[in-house]
Write a protein that binds this ligand. Structure first.
Ligand code: SAH
Length: 404
């Protein structure tokens, strides 16, 4: 095991259980090899156990602040088991079979995002740590949950940053296995609505289960409404608006395949009887740039809008431009919506704080000359935990607004 000492005065965040340590905070290192490390202060006070890899864009990830832990493979197994155990309540839900099992650093497993989709597990790998230790995590998940298959896909956004190859790996019975031929979509339910996720492609691991609670929140407002679902993807919000009794839903996304899948899922839910019959006739799909589309919307046409854009602030570096884009989108929505209308608006940019997002909405309302009230303050589902010591773990922020 490596011994790493942190610089005096630069070890405060680590002592407060923030998991990221950059090279500027490292005072000395016993040998420059990747692997488990005991992390100490300059006066040999124990801080944490971590994983060091100089080639990672975060060279030292802290994994445990408990001195009694063992810093070896068994720690990864323990963290995996504990993360799954914290989701215990999800396993007995009658009407939801998709949820997150491991949420990266917030569960002390950096770069590992693992989601259950019914009997399947899908993992998105976004760090060297995750790439190197995937077989251990898969084996442990298998012994806890016995999934039909575990599929792990490298996150494209991180492959060059972390220097890991883009690939898809499969594990059956906990062992890495070659997959030949095509696999069926994974079918699952969320709050009683049926979905499918195609293997090895799609966005995220196929579905955005972080929005689960927020989809339920908008459903209560949908009755009799003319709804615009901007950035609809495969229709998470659209399906809930239909179940809530929307008159019509216009779903807009730049991904044609996502929109086709949205229509398939409407048929699937009509068949299952979870949304009203003939819902399909109430829905239009438009494959286009949503930022442009909203400019062309007729004033007062919609009395409900859902705005769920992709991550616009990828880093702190483009925060200012991203804030402008969020403001513009929300300003136009506030101007165009019918009097008394409802806007459910989201930002999934980790680099944008909740305070900043709220400020953006305040500016948007001021420029639109509208009085706007906040009906609900929304966040990511509890299976995507937010750690107080790690503010970056709060990435999804949302509001349900009424435009007066
Ligand atoms: N609301 C969805 C998730 C949205 S994710 C749900 O509940 O499942 C963001 C979506 O925005 C993605 O589907 C992506 O294809 C789409 N997107 C990205 N840029 C876009 C653009 N400029 N115009 C329209 N859609 C865009």
């Amino acid at each position: 095991m490596l011994t790493i000492r942190l610089k005096d005065g630069k070890d405060k965040a680590a002592r407060r259980h923030h998991p990221w340590v950059f090279s500027g905070a490292i005072d000395s290192i016993s040998e420059d090899e990747k692997g488990f490390a005991e992390v100490l202060s300059t006066d040999d006070y124990f801080i944490a156990y971590g994983w060091y890899d100089a080639k990672s864009h975060i060279p030292l990830h802290l994994l445990s602040w408990n001195r009694n832990d063992k810093a070896d493979e068994s720690l990864i197994r323990k963290l995996t088991r504990e993360s799954i155990a914290r989701r215990k309540a999800f396993f007995s839900l009658p009407d939801t079979t998709a949820f997150r099992l491991i949420h990266g650093d917030a569960d002390n497993l950096p770069g590992v995002a693992a989601d259950a989709y019914g009997k399947e597990i899908r993992i998105i790998v976004s760090s060297r740590f995750a790439d190197d230790n995937l077989h251990i995590i898969a084996e442990e998940m298998n012994s806890c949950l016995h999934p039909s298959i575990i599929e792990a896909v490298t996150d494209k956004q991180f492959s060059s940053l972390e220097g890991i190859s883009e690939r898809i790996r499969h594990f059956r019975d906990g062992k890495e296995a070659k997959e030949e031929g095509t696999r069926e979509n994974a079918r699952f339910i969320e709050s009683g609505i049926w979905h499918e996720a195609a293997p090895g492609k799609g966005q995220k691991s196929g579905f955005y289960c972080d929005q689960r609670d927020n989809r339920n929140a908008i459903e209560r407002y949908a009755e009799g409404k003319t709804v615009l679902d901007l950035f609809s993807y495969t229709g998470g919000f659209t399906l809930h608006a239909l179940r809530g009794g929307a008159l019509s839903v216009d779903s807009v996304d730049s991904s044609e395949s996502a929109l086709r899948h949205l229509l398939f899922q409407i048929h699937l839910n009509e068949d299952k009887g979870t949304i009203p019959q003939r819902s399909r006739e109430r829905v239009t799909i438009t494959d286009t740039n949503a930022f442009e589309y909203i400019r062309g919307v007729e004033d007062g046409k919609y009395d409900m809008m859902i705005l769920d854009p992709p991550k616009l602030a990828k880093t702190k570096g483009n925060l200012e431009n991203a804030m402008k884009a969020y403001k513009d989108l929300n300003r136009i929505a506030m101007m165009k919506i019918k009097k008394g209308g409802i806007i459910a608006t989201f930002s999934c940019s980790g680099a944008l704080t909740r305070e900043d997002f709220r400020k953006v909405l305040e500016w948007a309302a001021a420029d639109a000359h509208k009085d706007v009230e906040i009906l609900h303050t929304l966040s990511q589902g509890e299976d995507h935990p937010v750690r107080l010591a790690f503010p970056e773990s709060e990435y999804l922020k949302g509001y349900i607004l009424r435009v007066l």
